[in-house]
Design a protein around this ligand. Structure first.
Ligand code: GAR
Length: 192
């Protein structure tokens, strides 16, 4: 099977983007060829620059314009899209263009702590407030519903009552770094 060109969409720090880019630089299954970012000041853009990976800023408004986004993705031969901390909702035309080829990572065990407003620290704060004994990460297909697509994989970690919100975030982040690239690689393997 030919190596698949991956575009990562991110809005903030981009630690997943960097982790994926590094992982796939040693994989035969795929390669991260492009970072798409909706915020011109996101640290993810600096990471792309340091890694020598091309990036593009596509604002939330521009995302709604297929004539802006699709030629960009075509130019890089993108065959798989990864949303990693990308906050705007994905428009229908993109969902139609990447059937079973666009995934999102969410920092909780969906369907718990998903939906509008549930991102980053808000998720971990809610987990702490509820006194959960475990948390985790979810990888799911992207649909028009926020965090609503079918679940592909989940990984979990135990929490203790002493864990602060930062501890919870840290434990969950370790799962993302360890498992997200491998889960995507398996999906690429299954594309055939
Ligand atoms: C990640 O923890 C990801 O799971 C989360 O944002 C973080 C992005 O970090 N995504 C969401 O909350 C989506 N609702 P990163 O920019 O360092 O990869």
């Amino acid at each position: 099977m030919q190596s698949v060109n991956i575009a990562v969409f991110a809005s903030g720090s981009g630690s997943n983007f960097e982790n994926l880019a590094r992982y796939f630089s040693h994989s035969e299954k795929g390669r991260v060829v492009l970072l798409v970012c909706n915020k011109p000041d996101a640290y993810a853009l600096e990471r792309a620059c340091n890694l020598g990976i091309d990036s593009a800023v596509v604002t939330k408004a521009e995302l709604q314009q297929p004539e802006k986004v699709m030629p960009l993705l075509r130019r890089y031969g993108v065959g798989f899209v990864v949303l990693a901390g990308f906050l705007p909702l994905i428009p229908d035309y993109m969902i139609d263009a990447f059937p079973q080829r666009m995934v999102n990572i969410h920092p909780s065990l969906l369907p718990k702590y998903g939906g509008k407003g549930m991102w980053g620290h808000h998720v971990h704060e809610a987990v702490k407030a509820a006194g959960e004994t475990e948390t985790g990460m979810t990888v799911h297909w992207v649909t028009p519903q926020c965090d609503g697509g079918d679940i592909i994989a989940q990984r979990r970690v135990a929490l203790s009552p002493e864990d602060t919100v930062d501890d919870i975030a840290q434990k969950e982040h370790v799962l993302e770094m360890e498992h997200f690239p491998k889960i995507i690689e398996e999906l690429l393997d299954g594309l055939g």
